[in-house]
Design a protein around this ligand. Structure first.
Ligand code: SME
Length: 160
């Protein structure tokens, strides 16, 4: 059993450092990407407050396909360039969306989502997956959240 104990009162930078450390520890020596994505989706859910969805889309034959996640059942396939996830995957750049309803082409998998953060996972210059966080709070995510999830993506690049 793993018993990570996040402290939500810690400064964000420290919370994300703890999240990256936990992800590194739980994926160490484990080659199975399903297991690693599933555990890291659970860690994000446990460490990051005010989320209604957290998980992965994987790049499969040029399309994003749903991976392990926490939250409600979600859209399965997202073409590159579509929605927040498809934009992150097509550009290779983090998408920080304060109001999903103002994002052209936003794909509403859960009507509760108000803001969203999507970070690409890049290995050898290729986007291999995206990490998607949704919140019911408008403007939930800031640059510290983006930097924290980007650090997590760097840890995962060799574990998924
Ligand atoms: N909102 C995303 C779709 C995935 S769900 O949020 C889980 C998008 O626009 O790409």
């Amino acid at each position: 059993m793993y018993d990570f104990q996040p402290d939500p009162d810690r400064p964000k930078a420290e919370l994300y450092q703890d999240l990256a450390d936990a992800a590194r520890a739980i994926t160490a020596g484990e080659p199975d990407w399903v297991a690693n994505m599933a555990n890291v989706a659970a860690l994000i859910w446990q460490f990051v407050p005010q989320l209604n969805w957290a998980g992965f889309y994987r790049m499969v034959d040029g399309t994003l396909v749903l991976g392990p996640f926490q939250g409600k059942a979600a859209c399965i396939r997202i073409p590159l360039g579509q929605g927040v996830c498809g934009s992150a995957a097509a550009s290779g750049a983090t998408q920080l969306v304060a109001d999903v309803h103002a994002f052209p082409g936003h794909i509403a998998c859960d009507a509760a989502s108000a803001s969203e953060l999507v970070v690409p996972v890049i290995r050898d210059g290729q986007v291999i997956a995206v990490i998607d966080l949704d919140s019911p709070e408008p403007s939930r995510f800031d640059d510290e959240d983006a930097a924290g999830i980007e650090a997590l993506a760097a840890v995962l690049a060799s574990a998924i």
